[in-house]
Design a protein around this ligand. Sequence first.
Ligand SMILES: Nc1nc2c(ncn2[C@@H]2O[C@H](COP(=O)(O)OP(=O)(O)OP(=O)(O)O)[C@@H](O)[C@H]2O)c(=O)[nH]1
Ligand SMILES: [Mg+2]
Length: 343
Amino acid sequence: MRIGICGFPQTGKSTVFQALSAGNGSASSGRGGVTYGAIKVPDPRVDALSDIFSPKKTVYAEITFMDVGGHGVVGGTALSSDVVQAMRNADVLVQVVRAYDSPMHADPPDPATEVQAFNDELVLLDLAIIEKRTDRFSREGRKDGFVDVNSRCQAWLEDGKPLRELGLDREQLVTLQGIQLLSLTPLLTVYNLAEDELDGSPWKAVAEKDPSAYALCGELEAELAELDDDEQAEMLEGLGLKEPASHEFIRTAYAALNLISFLTAGTDECRAWPIKQGTSARRAAGAVHSDIERGFIRAEVYRWEDLVKHGSEAALKGLGLFRLEGKDYVVHDGDVVNFRFNV
Ligand SMILES: Nc1nc2c(ncn2[C@@H]2O[C@H](COP(=O)(O)OP(=O)(O)OP(=O)(O)O)[C@@H](O)[C@H]2O)c(=O)[nH]1
Ligand SMILES: [Mg+2]
């Protein structure tokens, strides 16, 4: 599961990546100027459980971000082939949009144009692929579902619209598997604000209305991430914030991957485990260990917020808030689970 941080040259991609990864994971370089970072997903629920159990280990869920790098003309709106290749390997794309003034750019920031230009690039790249397929299908005299979906995609892209908005169902999507269409990949937008426009920026208002958009100041967030806990708390207080904006953004990206976390809690370890939304208890057990999935008997489940409220598992049992669930139970985000198994 990878989240690609992308966008046009000199828009703050590496700064945002730094904000997400500093003091919160490890970065490593890959091919084509790509940098990877395994990033812990900040999770107040894990913190709350750790406060109660004082475990030997506290473990957060992790997701991989990649900075796809910068190649191309500053102020230009073309994506290099290296960047495009890296983007094709992402499960979610994050476009970093410049909303700050910069001496590197001749022009003032123009986020609306940048968002549109990025969309147009993805649409054109996909259209090239879809058109080639159309040609091949007609050469082959093919007439099946693949052809129908392909021609619907083509018409949609010719209108300049991204495929993720076409509303294809699961069966139709299967016909597009393996061709890495970029406008089909879920997309988040980060408006990278100037430090002195954190509150007043119109792009903040735009982001607040759009669940797939986010506004933050990359430079400020990168600074925050470098600080130790005490210094960070002090700086946040000065800014009137509860936590760095990057923390909430990481959670947004996690959700965009369609991931939720269930929790395990005890004096050894308190931990968040990433699973796909809709995962059954038995499959979820496999996230912990394949033996537990194989030997699954039952899942003991309670809600993390109930534990925080009532203080102990014994109290929850007394209140009937401690449940036993079978293998088909669909695990929810924030469930605390203990698997009973037998191998
Ligand atoms: N004022 C301000 N400057 C920023 C912000 N984010 C990045 N910058 C500056 O903008 C310049 C480019 O930032 P990078 O993070 O390197 O941008 P990039 O998109 O990774 O650039 P390339 O990889 O070359 O495409 C740097 O000088 C940053 O210090 C921000 O939020 N506010
Ligand atoms: Mg960069």
